[in-house]
Design a protein around this ligand. Sequence first.
Ligand SMILES: [Zn+2]
Length: 290
Amino acid sequence: MQYVVIDLEWNNAYSKKTSGFVNEIIEIGAVKIDEGLNTVDTFSCIVRSQIGRKLRGSVKKLTHLTNDDISTGVPFTKAFSLFRKWMGEDDTVIMSWGDGDIRALLENYSYFCGVETVPFLKYYCDLQKYFQRIKKRRADQQAGLITAAQEIGIDPEIYTHHRALGDSMLTADIFEIIYDENSFKKEVRVCNDEFYSRLLFKAKILKNIDNPLIDKKRLEHYCDSCGARCELTEPWRFSCNFFRASFYCKNCDTAYAVKVRFKKLYDSVDFKKIVTVVNNDPDDEEDDEE
Ligand SMILES: [Zn+2]
């Protein structure tokens, strides 16, 4: 088993062929790491743009790549055939910081090669997720590459940011520090059909209160002070992603404004509840998050 950290730069380009925007890959950077966690080789390649002739201003600024660079690079299929040769035939876990690059890969393979999978992807690990899990960060507290590096004592200034090779080297160094055999094994995904449907799944906010996925118990409210079940005084209505209602506790003479959000994920429903005590005294409001 070997590990390859991959980082891609892309340019959002308009395609006449599909009448839509494509995140066209313009640079590949990668680091190969052996089983003993030694960096053994690096790969770097500028990809010739075929959809967008010009780089977006934001991409130019971020990467310092020029329109000349991307017009003289290697075409997509050639670039990735070079990458696959470099990667070798061994069982490889491909890794990236967040799965955005893997989505872009999938989009580019579909556009240029007409395939719906990434041919060299057998095992995959999202290192941002792995970092989040071992650092016990909440799902909505994603750490950027720089933040993560600083948190574990790596000076990110010694790498070239927002260029594929620099970012992949920084990611590789983070991996070598946080790697732990047991916890890492659990984060490696086999890239089968389920992997791709998960990757392409789009989370959706539930807007209909009668949706069977909504657990009706979540629509009750118990008083924060005495624990008694509160009376619903204003029925649930939906606005700005949340269902909102008012509750009242007779014991404590306290009114609550409650809002709840249900988000359908691939195989679960994410739940968020925000409770505000509504008092006559406007200085005495508090926010409570569950
Ligand atoms: Zn109460």
